[in-house]
Design a protein around this ligand. Structure first.
Ligand SMILES: [Zn+2]
Length: 137
């Protein structure tokens, strides 16, 4: 049979990148699929629709996502800087460094909704581990 098993385990990275519940890796962390609907982008259900995992483990649980978001932003900025240096080139004799910085800042601002969601997804994955037997009581 070639039918795909729907209970197949997703990898941790795929689960984090697709904003899935860390316990079952199937339920959605956010009620809105589109991160650029800014009014509702950070809205999360109280519990996972698939396994019932509570998403806000304690009051202010997502306060620490600022650190994750900062790390992700630095990593993306470093990638932009390296790619810019390898393709366009960086030099102190023209404006290429300023152009690279401005481009990086614009890209990071444009990516903020995605990064904020990913930071929450990474943060909750630190504290809630995958449970292979989540469907059993
Ligand atoms: Zn779940």
């Amino acid at each position: 049979m070639c039918a795909k098993n729907h209970t197949e385990k997703r990898s941790l990275i795929v689960s984090v990148l697709t904003n899935k519940c860390p316990r079952c890796r199937q339920g959605d962390l956010f009620t809105e699929k589109n991160p650029y609907k800014l009014k509702t982008t950070m809205r999360m259900p109280e519990n996972c629709a698939v396994c019932g995992q509570k998403f806000e483990l304690e009051p202010g649980f997502y306060f620490g996502t600022g650190y994750v978001s900062y790390g992700l932003s630095i990593a993306i900025f470093a990638m932009i800087f390296i790619l810019w240096g390898l393709t366009i080139g960086l030099s102190v004799y023209n404006n290429s460094i300023i152009e690279c910085l401005i481009t990086g800042i614009v890209i990071l601002i444009a990516m903020q909704p995605v990064l904020q969601r990913m930071a929450r997804s990474v943060w909750i994955a630190f504290f809630v581990k995958y449970d292979r037997d989540w469907s059993r009581p």
